[in-house]
Design a protein around this ligand. Structure first.
Ligand code: PXG
Length: 462
């Protein structure tokens, strides 16, 4: 272990959790009925431990974010030293500090293409909000103020702020808070297993991408500001678009002069075997959002990458872009992010994901295909998914609709010592990039065992 093990009074913490704490994205009635949250007290490498000392293989890298794994002394030391030298200073009023400036240059080198500049924020949602405001500001400066509409996809996840949840395509999120805000259009997602089952993949790719062109024409190209999408939809259920989808999306954006934004909050920093997900698909976005793996979540920091042609307009026209956060360019968070990127480089985690562990995960998950409850396995890099179906060879779901089987299998996996997410009827994984072959084997065998154990409960659903 890298840190001393502290003894916590877990029953008391659970009592306080109910008495005073509202955890994120929770059913507070359920948490209260459970007598409080599961308290995670420590972690090391790819393993997390709860207050009872039970170990779990963290198949989710926290929440799609702890890319370099837990217990990294280097990151703690860099934060400690930076806090002593300059814990905080802002980037308002013509000031900056060394870490964010150095980090911006380092990120620019990784983004490549025309993406030369970086705007800092603290969370993925804020990085998306920055895209939202910057794009509309840009079009006004360009003298095309009618370009206000953003097009995104159903079942996309772009965060939990008003703009993020609006751009996202999660209907339950829209239902809370009268979202989306005006000027947002949603189109179909490239989810072949659900929305193009049995269809020729090339044809499905074209149909899904053409939905963008159809919507642009329906609302008028002169009114469309940008399209935003995750290279692979994460929280939507690890939806890996078919070949041809992204190049076609890019071509449509170019045809109508619309900005292309990629939300790299999950796909960035090695997850898909490239520094950024759009690089895997060979497209060149005008803006990208990144968070999570940027610091491996050791401290909250996010960034918005911006193409030079957008920066040129800001600089030619001048005037304040009245947007920014107290913690934009936070020196300590930026110092940790810089060291985190160095770890990813030193340990070749991007290449390892692309050439070794990613393909190994794909082969490992594919061994589940003979299981009668498994309709599909898919993965790209270290993002994976297993579709649970009620009848082999189909995409039919237990109980006739999605969402009943996933939570059952997920809970059994967790009981069996594997942290995964159940998104509707899809079990998804996103392990730390340091995961070993043996741990991937453990992940797959735990899913198989959990599916076996779930069978009676699933049959009972019908
Ligand atoms: N964009 C994407 C693509 C994300 O995955 C955000 C933006 C927002 O980031 P912040 O840091 O504001 O949370 C995310 C976050 C889930 C889940 O249910 C996924 C996320 C967050 C919370 C839950 O899998 N992704």
């Amino acid at each position: 272990m890298t840190a001393p093990i502290r003894n916590y009074d877990i029953p008391e913490l659970r009592r306080l959790d109910v008495a005073h704490h509202l955890p994120a994205q929770a059913d507070h009635k359920v948490i209260a009925a459970l007598g409080g949250s599961r308290i995670i007290t420590r972690a090391d490498g790819c393993v997390i431990y709860d207050g009872d000392g039970k170990a779990y293989l963290d198949g989710m890298a926290g929440l799609w974010c702890v890319n370099v794994g837990y217990g990294r002394r280097e990151l703690a030391e860099v934060a400690y030293n930076q806090m002593l030298e300059l814990p905080y200073y802002n980037t308002f009023f013509k000031t900056a500090s060394p870490p964010p400036v150095e980090l911006a240059a380092r990120i620019a080198g990784k983004m490549g293409g025309d993406l030369t500049h970086v705007f800092f924020n603290s969370s993925g949602s804020e990085a998306v909000d920055t895209i939202f405001r910057l794009v509309r500001h840009y079009w006004k400066l360009k003298g095309e103020p009618s370009r206000r509409i953003f097009i995104s996809r159903w079942n996309a996840y772009h965060g939990s702020t008003v703009a993020g949840a609006s751009l996202g395509g999660m209907k339950p999120m829209h239902a809370q808070g009268d979202l989306p805000v005006p000027g947002i259009e949603h189109i179909m997602q490239p989810y072949a297993f659900n929305e193009g089952f049995g269809e020729d993949p090339a044809q499905f790719a074209e149909r899904a991408a053409n939905a963008l062109e159809e919507r642009i024409l329906a609302v008028g190209p002169e009114n469309v500001a940008a399209f935003i999408g995750e290279p692979v939809q994460g929280a939507g259920g690890v939806i890996i678009p078919p070949e041809g989808y992204w190049p076609r999306i890019e071509a449509i954006c170019r045809k109508y002069g619309i900005l292309l934004a990629c939300d790299e909050v999950i796909c960035g920093f090695g997850r898909l075997g490239q520094w950024f997900g759009h690089q895997h698909y060979g497209v060149k976005p005008d803006l990208i959002s990144m968070a999570k793996g940027l610091s491996s979540a050791y401290l909250p920091i996010s960034a918005t990458g911006v193409a030079s042609h957008i920066v040129d307009v800001l600089r030619e026209k001048g005037g304040d872009f009245v947007h920014g956060y107290t913690y934009s360019g936070h020196p300590t968070a930026a110092a940790v992010a810089l060291r985190n990127i160095q770890i990813i480089e030193e340990e070749h985690l991007v290449e390892r994901t692309r050439e070794d562990t990613g393909p190994y995960l794909a082969r490992s998950l594919a061994t589940l295909r003979d299981h009668p409850l498994v309709g599909e396995t898919r993965s790209l890099g270290l993002l994976g998914a297993v579709e649970i179906v009620s009848r082999p060879g189909t995409n039919e779901r237990f109980g006739g609709s999605e969402g009943k089987a996933g939570p059952i299998v997920r809970d059994i996996c967790i009981n069996n010592g594997l942290m995964v997410r159940g998104i509707r009827d899809t079990i998804v994984c996103c392990p730390p990039l340091i995961i070993s072959h043996a741990q991937i084997d453990q992940l797959t065998s735990t899913i198989r065992r959990s599916l076996d154990e779930a069978w009676p409960a699933l049959k009972a659903i019908g």
